[in-house]
Design a protein around this ligand. Structure first.
Ligand code: CTP
Length: 426
């Protein structure tokens, strides 16, 4: 039998512990995870890193698997640190896209709650302290399982690792900024070495021959699509919570004005090298319709495309993944027909249609729209429109600098793939 003194002592101790837990719960309920990076030519590998980082945070906040950072935390927030243009230039070589466009792309990813722009490449002691301080309230720092070195060869994440506040996620296979730059450089080669027009079948053929090294290696599984398509809920303190609530109110108001009719905006496009222009387009569509469906055109139609645009750099599954990750898009058709049909209008109850490229609208599309009472919206006013061609030209214009950067990055990427072993994923 436990003596009276020690049992009452135990009781007092237990009460004190419960109180302490309660106080913790009251003071802190949101688990904040931080992911930093360049996010240049934002691709679905970046999006998957952000998705996984949020999943790690969910485990931690519920006390599961990696748990134990914040007792009683019930919600998660994902904060992205975006490395500045100057820092990328100093540590990696020139960025393809300037910060303003990189911010636009990262902010549009549905797992992101907020962005800290202009962060340094190096996680210095001072900056890490600032992240863990009241100012940012970060609980844990996350990066992919690829090694990340500073120009002096030291580990960029050494400090958070030593503090036990670092977690690793699985890098997504078969895609990287380096890989995309390589594809763009090969396109530049193909268009310089041929007398035929850009977008002509003969130049497309030459590119794919040359491009063997960089053909798609990403495995689009059904479970990956399901993970990307899942709805995200935001904590009450998240900036995104405010934004989604505002959108809900707008939609309700629009519905009342139209006597409950739900509107669907069907957006037809390649969505290749997903960029700020696409984000802007989809955001605009989300302002005018209740539902935005991205029709990601099938590869077979794009390779036959005779427009003046570069050939597709990414295949249809890769292109679709970026669209699915975008918060402004409600659903995606993976490998859609290039033309609008009566059947599509009925299936999705389309009320408005937008073509990524205005010039792509044909007489047949106009007839289908007229017959089905579908409005054709124009996107001419977009600030970042027609970005793929601009991006390709930017890489071409700075070819020497990019080639220099590629040499270094491709060597480290090769080494990573050679030593790569299985990494479990959340
Ligand atoms: N990331 C990932 N899978 C990829 C590419 C990136 O998980 N295929 C992760 C990185 O590990 C990092 C974050 O995304 O945590 C941001 O990466 P970033 O700094 O932009 O570098 P990379 O995409 O690796 O670009 P680069 O090819 O220039 O190294």
């Amino acid at each position: 039998m436990i003596p009276f003194v020690s049992s009452s002592f135990l009781l007092v101790g237990a009460v004190a512990l419960l109180r302490a837990k309660k106080t913790l719960k009251k003071t802190r309920k949101v688990f904040r995870v931080y992911v930093d990076g360049c996010f240049d030519l934002m691709h679905f590998g970046h999006a998957n890193a952000l998705r996984q980082a949020r999943a790690i945070a969910s485990f931690a906040s519920t006390g599961g698997k990696e748990g134990g950072y914040v007792e009683g935390a019930e919600e998660v927030e994902l904060i992205v640190g975006l490395v500045s243009d100057e820092e990328i230039l100093r540590c990696k070589g020139p960025p393809v896209l300037p910060e303003q466009e990189r911010v636009k792309c990262v902010r549009a990813v549905k797992w992101v709650d907020d962005i800290i722009a202009n962060v340094p490449y190096e996680l210095t002691k001072e900056f890490v302290e600032e992240l863990f301080s009241e100012k940012y309230g970060i609980d844990c720092i996350v990066h992919g399982d690829d090694p990340c070195y500073l120009p002096d060869g030291t580990d960029a994440y050494a400090i958070p690792k030593a503090l036990g506040k670092y977690r690793e996620i699985k890098r997504t296979e078969g895609v990287s900024t380096t890989d995309l730059v390589a594809r763009l450089l090969e396109y530049a080669d193909a268009s310089e070495n041929t007398t035929s027009q850009v977008g002509d079948e003969s130049s497309g053929g030459k590119r794919s021959e040359k491009n063997e090294r960089h053909e798609a290696r990403f495995c689009t599984t059904a479970s990956r699509i399901a993970q990307f398509a899942a709805k995200v809920s935001y904590s009450k303190t998240s900036k995104m919570h405010e934004e989604t609530e505002r959108r809900k109110t707008d939609k309700k108001q629009r519905k009342n004005e139209r006597n409950e009719e739900t509107t669907c905006c069907y957006v037809v496009g390649a969505f290749d090298v997903f960029n700020a222009g696409h984000v802007e387009l989809l955001e605009e569509c989300s302002f005018v319709a209740d539902k935005v469906v991205c029709a990601v055109i099938a590869d077979e139609y794009l390779t036959r495309d005779k427009t003046n645009q570069p050939p597709p750099m990414l295949n249809q599954s890769e292109r679709a993944m970026s669209a699915i990750a975008c918060r402004h898009c409600d659903d995606v058709v993976v490998g859609a027909p290039a033309r609008l049909t009566d059947d599509i209008c009925k299936t999705f109850n389309v009320t408005a249609v937008v073509f990524e490229d205005d010039d792509a609208v044909t007489e047949r599309d106009r007839n289908v729209c007229e017959k089905n009472g579908v409005q054709i919206l124009s996107v001419k006013e977009r600030v970042f429109s027609r970005k793929k061609l601009t991006i390709a030209k930017r890489v071409q214009a700075n070819r020497a600098l990019f080639e220099e950067r590629q040499k270094r990055k491709m060597a480290s990427e090769k080494a990573y793939y050679e030593q790569k072993a299985f990494v479990a994923e959340d």
